[in-house]
Design a protein around this ligand. Structure first.
Ligand code: ADP
Ligand code: MG
Length: 250
């Protein structure tokens, strides 16, 4: 291929935003010629490479934007350690159908049971399926809302949180909110209701949620909405870490 033709081809590929192909075009051309493949196969191969790279980049971007504190995929979760867990349900959830159905998922259970790990793992699956995902601790979210309230850009932040396909709220119940904070969180969840899926991890039974939110009427309304059609996963087992260290001692 002539230098000028190659340069023009690269320019066109870049203008068409086919940067992965443009970056490797010499290699593709050489391999195509060596293998003696036809134009049809050659074009197919190029488009496959470009699409694969785009999917990989999109997944990386979704995971970055989700702001997981630690990347804990499903493969690193030891299912044998928790025989009480409904594996079928976890498999089903990893398919992300609940996100399109806008159903919520609530993990209940004591500290160390693996709730955050499971929520992160399902969040990563959502990113792989190209869903806009965001992971926040309840404490972090309420603080962000309170700060925004001070600066009067609360509605902008509420809108942003309404746009995620999946919002993961970690650690509900560890720290009670102020009246203002709890009202703001209520407002955010009310706005998301049936607009997108919410996943919650909590150490509290539903009966104790009033302690965190304060107002019993508001809490009842919130619970009513959050639990409607929700998948509720009761993590009844002991702390994974505790079990591991007991095992080691033996
Ligand atoms: P929780 O959020 O319920 O308090 P975490 O998800 O933070 O618990 O789990 C505590 C620690 O134990 C984490 O490091 C987590 O990765 C690990 N862990 C919990 N359950 C399992 C499991 N079944 N397999 C592998 N690691 C687990
Ligand atoms: Mg946790």
């Amino acid at each position: 291929m002539k230098e000028a033709t190659l340069a023009a081809l690269k320019g066109n590929l870049k203008a068409l935003k086919l940067s992965t192909i443009a970056g490797n075009i010499e290699v593709h051309l050489r391999q195509g010629t060596d293998a003696g493949i036809g134009y049809d196969e050659f074009l197919l191969e190029l488009t496959v490479v470009e699409l694969q790279t785009r999917a990989q980049n999109r997944e990386k971007r979704r995971i970055r934007e989700a702001k997981f504190p630690l990347i804990k995929p499903l493969e690193t979760f030891d299912l044998n350690a928790v025989p009480e867990l409904d594996i079928r349900l976890i498999r089903e959830l990893s398919g992300c159908g609940y996100i399109t159905e806008r159903r919520n998922v609530i993990f209940l259970g004591r500290s160390g049971a693996g709730k955050t790990h499971l929520a992160t793992a399902l969040g990563i699956e959502a990113c792989k399926n190209n869903y806009r995902t965001r992971f926040v601790t309840c404490y972090g979210l309420v603080n962000e809302l309170l700060e925004a309230g001070k600066e009067r850009d609360l509605s902008r932040i509420l809108q942003r949180y309404a746009r995620y396909d999946l919002l993961i709220l970690d650690e509900l119940g560890y720290i009670p909110f102020s009246k203002e904070g709890s009202e703001m969180l209520f407002q955010l969840l009310a706005q998301r209701h049936e607009m997108g899926a919410v996943m919650i991890t909590t150490n509290l039974g539903f009966a104790d949620w009033t302690q965190v939110f304060g107002d019993p009427v508001m809490t009842a309304a919130l619970l009513d909405r959050l639990t409607h059609k929700a998948h509720i996963i009761n993590c009844t087992w002991d702390s994974y870490r505790l079990k591991q260290s007991l095992k080691e001692k033996k």
